[in-house]
Design a protein around this ligand. Structure first.
Ligand code: PEP
Ligand code: MG
Length: 326
């Protein structure tokens, strides 16, 4: 990590002058220290379920408010995108009755639970609103599969905002809401979705497992499918094109974003915002500062039409030949 320290205050910009925003994935208050350490622009994904999982009882609105306010204090003006509870499936809460499911990843989880148990989401949104009073609030809903689910979640956010106003409570200065793209079907609904959201964030961990119908946690399938495949990259490229056309902020916050080779490909297909674990910021920034977008775009053009299951080896070769640090 030490050798990347020198990069902290240097611009995250390609050799041909294209800026790429680097953001952090966080889930603990302690993670917030990494903002200063890494020079990240802000938090692209705050996984709010982590404090919930660490407690024996459900944190009430006051406890949540205090916690979120401390996160925002630690961010010190840098933007934080809070993801609402992504529980269920493999992330069980001790105090929430969990029924064993055959396919937990595709089961009763995240926003699906939230819409069936709206009080839980409303409490979280109430706490987020209070914590960001007079500041900026960005709320991201996970595992959205259809437009109506975003609309329903957004409606709860609006109800909580109206409640705060009626009670004369201070509200956030600005509010942005968006979705995680983890379920492939959502990408087929952009015509209706994109006009409603302020931003979209690609959760490539879940998205790739659903695109290949391949459990991300099953060791027998490890290495069988690669996110660096024409299948995934073509899918992701279509998303950039539509978000650019409709001027919707787009980020990748899955593990892909923090892998320098994958980040190089993502930048090549048009992504300009990447959110990752703190330890990956340095290596990804070093890669960015040594790459040129121009050559990459052309090189990828051919590869995206190739029949290979993975283009990782090709990308590594390209990096080696062009002095890109991956
Ligand atoms: C993802 O699915 O890519 C993601 C960022 O969410 P999580 O890893 O928390 O499921
Ligand atoms: Mg996910």
């Amino acid at each position: 990590l030490q050798s990347y320290r020198v990069l902290r205050d240097m611009a995250s910009e390609t050799r041909d002058g294209v800026p790429v925003s680097l953001l952090l994935n966080a889930g603990l208050l302690a993670d917030m220290n990494h903002l200063d350490e890494t020079g990240a622009e802000g938090v692209g994904l705050y996984r709010t379920e982590i404090p919930f999982m660490m407690r024996a009882t459900y944190p009430d609105v006051a406890a949540q408010t205090e916690f979120y306010a401390r996160v925002l204090d630690a961010a010190n003006g840098r933007p934080v995108t809070f993801r609402t509870l992504d529980i269920g499936g493999d992330k069980a809460l001790p105090y929430l009755h969990n029924v064993a499911e055959e396919n937990p990843a595709m089961g009763w989880r995240a926003t699906r639970i939230a819409l069936d148990r709206p009080a839980m989401l409303r409490h979280q949104l109430r706490a987020l609103i209070m914590a960001s009073a007079g500041r900026d609030l960005a709320v991201m809903f996970p595992m959205i599969a259809q437009v109506s689910e975003f609309e329903a979640a957004k409606r709860l956010l609006d109800i909580e905002l109206a409640r705060a106003s009626q009670r004369g409570e201070p509200v956030p200065e600005t509010i942005r809401s968006g979705v995680m793209l983890e379920v492939p079907a959502l990408a087929m609904q952009f015509e209706n979705l994109l006009p409603m959201v302020d931003f979209l964030s690609v959760g490539s961990n879940d998205l790739v497992q659903f695109l290949f119908a391949s459990d991300r946690g099953n060791p027998r399938l490890e290495g069988r499918y690669d996110a660096l495949s024409p299948a995934v990259l073509n899918f992701l490229k279509g998303i950039v094109e539509e978000c650019d056309t409709r001027a919707v902020d787009l980020t990748v916050c899955g593990e892909m974003a923090g892998d320098p080779v994958a980040a190089m490909a993502l930048i090549g297909i048009g992504y300009r915002r990447l959110s990752m674990s703190p330890a990956n910021i340095g290596p990804v920034k070093a890669m960015i500062r040594s790459m040129a977008v121009n050559g990459m775009v052309e090189y990828l053009e051919g590869l995206l039409h190739a029949p290979h299951p993975s283009i990782r080896r090709h990308l590594r070769g390209f990096a080696r030949d062009h002095g890109v640090e991956v």
